[in-house]
Design a binder for this molecule. Structure first.
Ligand code: SF4
Length: 301
């Protein structure tokens, strides 16, 4: 983005009382113009706390919906309305109710990567950063965990609760090739390998740590290593290089989310001008989803 366009963005942000939030998987040019870059949980908190009246949410639909759930009095804009999430789309209300009928003693913990209507049917929500803590907090011995199978497996290995796991996955993370990770490890033996819990267990077994994106940042901060192999969506490498310019980061496993790359600076500029397209939800669904998301934020705070 040119200096002139950057100035226009700044002027419009002031005029609209707007803030730009971006997920760590967004393209570099979006991370560069954002007021805040973070993971799902951090972005939800920012959306609720910001004094801004307009939130330009650079991410995918379920994230913008979560911002609207937590901050209904603000206008939440998703600059690219087609930025969806195949993982979120793999769960629907009817099938979730069917699973709940099969396990009547279980409460449902829904990964935030899910549609608002499914959140409304759940007891609470979680992110990859707090999934174990949230599951432990639920007042039942049995838990339905949806929709990410790999994160469900990750949690079930770290709790004594009985977990019923939904068969869904993030195509980008689940498709990571463990052989590619093993080759990278051999090539850079001194580097630390960090992978996301949405990757399959074969990837975790090769890694030094299995972490959400916020956890990866904290790991690097406290590590004395100077090189890291990053097994999550490739946008995260730009974020880490920005935060830690004296360390080396390499994206491994070819994990690229096309939906995350649909947002462009031009679309952000257009949204600041038009305040469209705004995210809206049925008020009843929003209210019920708010209860589930609030239980998560209470546990995490
Ligand atoms: S990386 Fe996977 S889970 Fe995240 S938005 Fe893309 S498809 Fe959805």
């Amino acid at each position: 983005m040119s200096r002139d366009e950057m100035n226009v963005v700044e002027e419009l942000k002031k005029k609209r009382k707007a803030v730009i939030l971006a997920h760590s998987y967004q393209p570099p040019e979006i991370q560069d113009i954002a007021d805040f870059v973070g993971d799902s949980l951090e972005l939800s908190r920012k959306a609720a706390e910001t004094p801004a009246e307009v939130i330009i949410f650079c991410g995918v639909r379920f994230m913008a919906e979560t911002a609207h759930i937590l901050a209904p009095e603000k206008t939440v804009i998703l600059p690219e309305p087609d930025a969806g999430c195949p993982l979120a789309d793999c769960i629907d209300v009817e099938s979730l109710r069917g699973m709940q009928a099969l396990h009547p003693d279980a409460l449902t913990v829904l990964y935030v990567n899910s549609p608002a209507a499914a959140k409304a049917e759940s007891y609470t929500c979680c992110t990859s950063a707090n999934a174990v803590k949230v599951v432990e907090s639920v007042p039942s011995r049995e838990v339905i965990f949806a929709p990410d199978r790999n994160l469900g497996l990750f949690v079930s290995g770290r709790t004594t609760k009985k977990i019923h796991i939904w068969e869904g996955s993030c195509r980008c993370h689940d498709g990571v090739n463990p052989d590619e990770l093993a080759t990278a490890r051999e090539k850079w033996p001194g580097a630390r390998l960090l992978v996301h819990p949405e990757t399959p267990p074969e990837a975790w077994n090769l890694a030094d740590a299995v972490l959400g994106t916020g956890g990866m940042i904290r790991y690097v901060e406290s590590s004395d290593a100077d090189m890291f192999l990053i097994g999550t969506e490739e946008g995260m490498v730009y974020r880490l290089r920005t935060l830690f310019p004296d360390r080396r980061f390499l994206s491994v496993g070819s994990i690229r989310c096309e939906d995350m790359k649909k947002t462009t600076p031009e679309k952000v500029l257009r949204s600041l001008r038009t305040l469209e397209p705004a995210v809206t939800l049925d008020p009843v669904i929003r209210e019920k989803a708010f209860r589930a998301v609030s239980r998560m934020t209470e546990v995490s705070s």
